[in-house]
Design a protein around this ligand. Structure first.
Ligand code: GRF
Length: 200
């Protein structure tokens, strides 16, 4: 089996990145994580990736100021130079332009902490609680130019419990994220799911 070459883009903690790295150590996993890029130099996730002997790079978006495309050209050139085939956004807190998204159309996944199309954007747990939602969860989807949209690869649901706070709910959802992201990457890397077959 030829493993697909994957880069993970992070900005922070990197717990989803860690789940992907750990899953990809299995001999029969159809993808290998060859590169982790952070747009924030102090992202704690970088240390874990380095410890796992994965190449890490920082491309600081801050230093490009408002020039989004210059940052993204550098990002894109780097991914191409490393022969990356699939990109996983994992807590990557930077909006991507349609140009960049188009370069990776059908080859870039994101995880969002809500049952899309519900609760796009930030503060998903607070908003689910404020609405009195009975269930909540996480979604892995192909990235399209519109934020937190795009064909869905996998979703995982959790109950909202009486007395939940944003933190307790986030913790329950995060456990699901760590289960579904590796499974979604498996489906995409093995060709069982592609952008055309996934439901929007
Ligand atoms: C996760 O909740 C993910 O769904 C969202 O950002 C958070 C990143 O956490 N996109 P981590 O860096 O993977 O720990």
């Amino acid at each position: 089996m030829k493993k697909r070459r994957v880069a993970i883009l992070i900005s922070g903690r990197g717990s989803n990145m860690t789940a992907l790295i750990e899953a990809a150590t299995a001999a029969d996993y159809p993808a290998e994580i060859v590169l982790v890029i952070s747009n924030v130099a102090s992202a704690p996730g970088l240390a874990f990736a380095a410890k796992a002997s994965i190449e890490t790079l920082t491309i600081e978006s801050k230093s490009f100021g408002k020039d989004r495309e210059a940052f993204e050209r550098k990002l894109n050139d780097t991914l191409l130079a490393k022969n990356i085939e699939l990109v996983c956004l994992a807590g990557f807190m930077r909006l991507l332009t349609p140009w960049f998204v188009q370069q990776w159309q059908g080859k870039m996944l994101n995880i969002h902490p809500a049952l899309l199309p519900a609760y796009k954007g930030l503060h998903t747990h607070e908003r689910a609680l404020a609405d009195g939602a009975k269930t909540h969860g996480a979604t892995v989807h192909f990235v399209v130019p519109e934020m937190d949209s795009g064909p869905i690869v996998l979703q995982g649901e959790v109950p909202v419990m009486a007395g939940d706070t944003p933190d307790t709910l986030a913790k329950r959802v995060l456990a699901v994220e760590h289960r579904i992201y590796p499974e979604a990457l498996r489906l995409v890397a093995s060709g069982k799911v592609d952008v055309a077959s996934a439901p929007t």
